[in-house]
Design a protein around this ligand. Structure first.
Ligand SMILES: Cc1cc2nc3c(=O)[nH]c(=O)nc-3n(C[C@H](O)[C@H](O)[C@H](O)COP(=O)(O)O)c2cc1C
Length: 186
């Protein structure tokens, strides 16, 4: 089994908030943004950059994802963000839904690009890399983790930014969930 990067796996949960909306419009690659308090709880070891893992929206299936953490140098954002692109075509927006993710591996640092086309090409490469990585048994195993299935949970080594927690336990829809009250009841 490949060694995991420090701070990984990292579990996070929160209600999807609006970003700038450029992901869908300019890039054709929609992303779901976590609220600030989830971003702020990222452990220090989790540096900015591009990660892959699994994601689940409300009670939907667990799907492959790529995530960008940082300031989007191409757009020079003022606030650090955690943007998840779920590798699935959704018919509708899901602002206000609950998003759960587990980050399993690091792909590359965030970079600036000379054109939108180059940024899009880089993200498509990330998606292909995530697709390959997530098909490996050690990563595939997390798809059915209790964090997603809501089944009683064994101790996990992962850290959790936000909402739920604690005592080292990831809890699907646990009593400890602080911000489980997303607007949407999907
Ligand atoms: C997998 C992935 C990789 C990304 N890599 C970069 C990057 O290297 N540099 C960058 O400036 N933005 C990167 N982004 C962020 C996009 O610029 C961002 O999704 C876009 O600004 C849309 O955000 P918005 O919908 O909040 O406007 C990446 C996004 C994803 C999903």
């Amino acid at each position: 089994m490949a060694a995991l990067r420090r701070g990984l796996p990292h579990f996070a949960v929160g209600c999807v908030v609006k970003g700038f909306g450029r992901g869908s419009k300019e890039l054709g690659i929609p992303t779901a943004n976590f609220p600030e308090h989830v971003v702020e709880k990222l452990p220090e070891e989790i540096t900015t950059g591009i990660y892959f893992g699994w994601a689940k929206v409300d009670n939907g299936p667990t799907l492959k994802m790529v995530m960008s953490i940082g300031w989007n140098p191409y757009y020079n954002n003022k606030k650090k963000s955690m943007e998840t692109h779920i590798m699935h075509v959704f018919e509708n927006d899901f602002y206000g839904s609950e998003l759960k993710v587990v980050m399993l591996g690091y792909i590359r640092p965030e970079e600036n690009y000379n054109s939108l086309d180059e940024l899009i090409k880089a993200i498509k490469n990330d998606i292909a890399e995530a697709d390959r990585q997530l098909s490996l048994p050690e990563h595939l195993a997390y798809k059915d983790h209790a964090f997603f299935t809501g089944k009683p949970v064994p101790q996990t080594n992962g850290s959790i930014s936000n909402g739920i927690i604690a005592n080292g336990k990831a809890n699907g829809h646990g009593e400890n969930q602080v911000n489980g009250n997303c607007n949407h009841t999907g």
